[in-house]
Design a protein around this ligand. Structure first.
Ligand SMILES: Cc1cc2nc3c(=O)[nH]c(=O)nc-3n(C[C@H](O)[C@H](O)[C@H](O)COP(=O)(O)OP(=O)(O)OC[C@H]3O[C@@H](n4cnc5c(N)ncnc54)[C@H](O)[C@@H]3O)c2cc1C
Length: 435
């Protein structure tokens, strides 16, 4: 092993960045690899999709995060696999990168659960290009309906959100505000009241991980804001202009937002390691990958036992704490100290429904709903957002939106190649070719 061991980290998301930050001042060389040159703050993606924030507000150039760290190297590239014998990471069209220690933090992607048409016709929300594609499409639908109101009958202004977890609830709530408070005035020739937002969930309640009071509150607020909530409803198939349910019903729509679940990032299945639920990489209690003691997996891509018979949830805090833990195990191994098991400190969970409405479940059992939970949500998201410029910009946007009901970034932005916005969101068809 070299004098300064090389730690390769795959993924500059919450887990990968936490690991790199923990190692940046240690006697190691860190190579951080990501397919994109920026970190994405996924919890605010839905606000980009619903014209509340600019794309640059929720992303941060990864190189900028380490520009003063001479021993942290960023490499933009898509990792295709790992050669365990040669101990190197294989990158698409680029030379491999050797490692002494490896931390896999490549996140998750949308899980379509084999629903026919979901990959071709739905709009997932997992990347910045996803959010921009959805925003373009929503505004396109209003522009087209404004030009020809007859297409409203065909579902042009019907927005179906599949998945009643935090992401689905947030998207539905934000869409309701965008349409009711902004588009109603923007499109004064159009009968915007004919638009529909339908939130579909197969469970008998929204917000699965939350307690009953929070679930009921979210349901009540969404209904009051005009969202049709359909519980116990299973999507059977998605077509270009219709969604079909297993009870035989269907809804004409050209916009189906897929927020129904995630699975491990594609990389997991190329590594030749044991995979658990949702294709996630099985890890030991110290987060190392069985059979590869100097390799770790953290965050959404890792199947982490919570010690209570379940798995740790796919949340930013789990990824950040996991990333830090893996980095500490690298240092422990270098210092010939024993490794420690990962122990997750739950700082609570939150979901926002819209203006002055959120639910928050805090450590110690405290549960908040309403304006207080919403304020807590705002403050926490500002705190965790990367970069002072982004914090200031998001704060200014939020304040502006709050006092004026305006949404500045309601722009249709795409490469001017003549294509329209409602191309399906299937693999490889992102607006900026970023996949
Ligand atoms: C819309 C949405 C809203 C969310 N809201 C919340 C919330 O409110 N609170 C919360 O706690 N959690 C939330 N989450 C979950 C949270 O964002 C994730 O748990 C967290 O991002 C996981 O961190 P990670 O480091 O494992 O993966 P990510 O943050 O997803 O980062 C993975 C990185 O790996 C890169 N990558 C993937 N494959 C490759 C490859 N082959 N080669 C190179 N690079 C690769 C990606 O480009 C990405 O930068 C939300 C998720 C989504 C999608």
């Amino acid at each position: 092993m070299a004098e300064r061991p090389q730690v390769v980290i795959i993924g500059a998301g919450f887990g990968g960045l936490a690991a790199a930050k923990r190692l940046e001042a240690e006697p190691v060389d860190v190579v951080l690899i990501d397919q994109r040159n920026y970190h994405t703050f996924l919890p605010l993606l839905y606000q980009v999709a619903t014209a509340g924030l600019n794309a640059a507000d929720v992303a941060y150039a990864t190189r900028g995060l380490f520009r003063r760290q001479q021993r942290v190297f960023f490499r933009r590239g898509r990792v295709m696999g790992v050669d365990w014998d040669q101990r190197c990471v294989q990158i698409d069209d680029e030379p491999p990168v050797a490692f002494d220690y490896l931390i896999v933090a490549a996140g998750a992607s949308a899980n379509f659960f084999g629903v026919p048409g979901a990959a071709e016709y739905s709009y997932p929300l997992y990347t910045l290009p996803d959010a921009l594609r959805l925003r373009n499409h929503i505004i396109d639908m209003f522009e087209e309906a404004d030009a020809d109101a007859s297409i409203v009958e065909e579902g042009a202004l019907t927005f179906v959100v599949v998945g009643g977890g935090p992401t689905g609830v947030e998207v539905a709530g934000a869409l309701a505000e965008l349409i009711d408070k902004v588009f109603r005035e923007d499109f004064h020739d159009l009968d915007v009241h004919r638009s529909r937002i339908v939130l579909v969930e197969q469970a008998p309640h929204l917000l699965g991980p939350f307690d009953r009071r929070s679930r009921d509150y979210a349901h009540k607020v969404l209904a009051a804001r005009g969202v049709e909530v359909r519980l116990g409803t299973v999507v059977e198939a998605i077509e270009a202009d219709r969604v079909r349910f297993s009870d035989g019903g269907s809804i004409a729509t050209r916009t189906l937002v897929w927020a129904a679940g995630v699975k491990a990032g594609e990389l997991a299945s190329t590594l030749g390691v044991t995979q658990g639920r949702g294709g996630r990489i099985a890890v030991g209690s110290d987060l190392s990958i069985p059979g590869h003691p100097t390799a770790f997996a953290v965050g959404d891509i890792a199947d982490m036992d919570d010690g209570k018979g379940g798995r740790h949830p796919q949340l930013a805090q789990v990824a950040m704490q996991g990333g830090r833990h893996a980095a500490e195990q690298v240092l422990a191994t270098m210092g010939k100290r024993p490794r420690e098991p990962f122990s997750y400190f739950d700082k609570g969970t939150m979901a926002t429904i819209g203006r002055r409405a959120a639910v928050a479940e805090l450590p110690g059992g405290a549960k908040l709903t309403g304006a207080l939970a919403w304020l807590a949500w705002l403050v926490l998201h500002l705190l965790y957002l990367m970069g002072v410029r982004n914090k200031v910009s998001v704060f200014v946007n939020w304040a502006w939106n709050y006092f004026t009901w305006d949404r500045g970034p309601r722009l249709i932005l795409r490469a001017e190649d003549g294509r329209r916005g409602h191309e399906p969101a299937g693999p490889g068809r992102s607006v900026d070719g970023d996949r």
